[in-house]
Design a protein around this ligand. Structure first.
Ligand code: SF4
Ligand code: SF4
Length: 161
């Protein structure tokens, strides 16, 4: 019994000591601290600059990015070029590796400071950027896989002597 009393006194001592100290608890989400300069938040795409080269989709190791592409004369030059009509980034798979950012030739996909990706349904984490929604449940990678190499013909068996 005396040991129990000692424990309570010790605990109260800690509580009372902290009552007179400066508060160090920061009330998130009301208080948000500044992020480090090179922190990586959720991705965004500037669709006006995207040239639909598909490099971000191809390099993504988690298959987060799906792009629906068609040929269109978007700049009025009279020449149809690849155009991203649909562009989705699935945040439920993204690991913020930044490979897509590094590979983009026109720097139109980049990290924001937004990092609060949460939803009750995983599909809600798929963010659409194009004019036509893309189904995020379809894995984009098989569509861009290279054709399998044709197996070399087996050497003819030598004629039996
Ligand atoms: S940051 Fe990495 S995982 Fe996320 S979309 Fe880009 S390449 Fe994929
Ligand atoms: S790499 Fe850049 S330009 Fe190419 S499709 Fe992705 S976002 Fe668009």
């Amino acid at each position: 019994m005396p040991q129990v009393g000692q424990g309570i006194l010790k605990g109260m001592g800690v509580t009372i000591r902290h009552l007179f100290q400066n508060k160090i608890t920061r009330q998130y989400p009301e208080y948000k601290r500044d992020l480090p300069e090179r922190s990586r938040g959720m991705l965004t795409v500037d669709m006006d600059r995207c040239i639909a080269c598909l490099q971000c989709m191809r390099i993504c190791p988690d298959h987060c990015i799906s792009i629906e592409q068609e040929k269109r004369d978007a700049d009025g030059s009279g020449k149809a070029k690849p155009y991203a009509v649909g562009f989705v980034i699935d945040d439920s798979r993204c690991m913020y590796c930044s490979l897509c950012v590094e590979v983009c030739p026109v720097n139109c996909i980049y990290h924001t400071e937004e990092f609060e990706a949460q939803a009750y349904n995983r599909l809600e984490l798929a963010r659409q950027f194009g004019e036509r929604p893309v189904d995020p449940t379809i894995d984009p990678k098989p569509a861009v896989k290279k054709k399998p190499k044709v197996a070399k013909k087996a050497p003819k068996k030598e004629a039996a002597a």
